[in-house]
Design a protein around this ligand. Structure first.
Ligand code: 9D3
Length: 221
């Protein structure tokens, strides 16, 4: 998959996407990621990318010309153009699966008070938020989405981890897990896990998952 990112903060992307599984996916050619500086597409000698809202109000808006120029240069047939903003629909695992089916993604990171509405209307296939909290810009959300989508691409995770993932993500939180030692600073591992009774263990885990989900994330039930 090809992912292009359009951002005012390209330097933020160095680091997080050069580690671990994403690094491997890129090295293997499974993810082809390019980060573009929105300012490079500005049309005037001051490299202006934002302006004040008509009608007044606080803050600045990303102006249309640089984003139209960039998107028109970067899209190919089959590219899904996604705006990142606090006003987007809430990103989740189902959307990650959906995006993993696309040929190409172009993620457009927001900033300031938002986008001129014509950017949404004319260019965006979708608009996503990663949750209900206020960040300074859309760069971290872009990285979150890239991470969640990349690990779903065929060949990125080993078979073991993929299968593990499928069997555990039944929409419940994970049950408590323990490794050695069986007793640590007076804290014992639950007896059932040492019993070797796999039916009992499965029953215990299912029950713990449900209890934990009811306690912490009743919205999932
Ligand atoms: C109208 C007041 N603010 C909305 C809550 C304006 C605003 C604040 C912060 C507009 C943009 C931003 C920067 N954040 C993002 O661009 C962003 C974001 C976020 O802040 N939280 C969760 N997901 C996302 S995706 C992009």
């Amino acid at each position: 998959m090809k992912i292009d990112v359009l951002t005012l903060f390209p330097a933020m992307f160095a680091g997080p996407l050069d580690e671990s599984i994403i690094k491997r996916a890129r090295a293997a050619g499974l993810l082809d990621l390019t980060v573009h500086n929105l300012r490079d597409y500005a049309q005037d000698r001051h490299k202006t990318v934002d302006d004040r809202p008509f009608g007044g109000g606080p803050g600045m808006l990303l102006k249309p010309e640089p984003i139209f120029e960039a998107v028109e240069q970067l899209v190919r047939p089959g590219t899904r153009v996604i705006l990142l903003s606090p006003a987007g629909r809430a990103f989740n695992q189902a959307i990650a699966h959906e995006l993993a089916q696309a040929d190409d993604l172009l993620l457009v990171s927001g900033h300031y008070e938002g986008f001129d509405e014509r950017i949404r209307e004319a260019l965006a296939d979708d608009e996503l938020s990663i949750g209900d909290y206020v960040l300074t810009n859309g760069a971290l959300p872009a990285m979150v989405i890239i991470d969640a989508v990349t690990r779903l691409l065929p060949g990125v995770l080993g078979d073991e981890q993929s299968a593990h993932d499928d069997s555990f993500s039944h929409g419940l939180l994970e049950y408590p897990q323990y490794t050695r030692p069986a007793e640590f600073r007076g804290m014992a591992v639950p007896e059932v896990l040492l019993s070797g009774n796999h039916a009992e263990i499965a029953r215990w885990r299912a029950e713990q998952s449900k209890l934990r989900t009811k306690e912490r994330r009743p919205d999932l039930l």
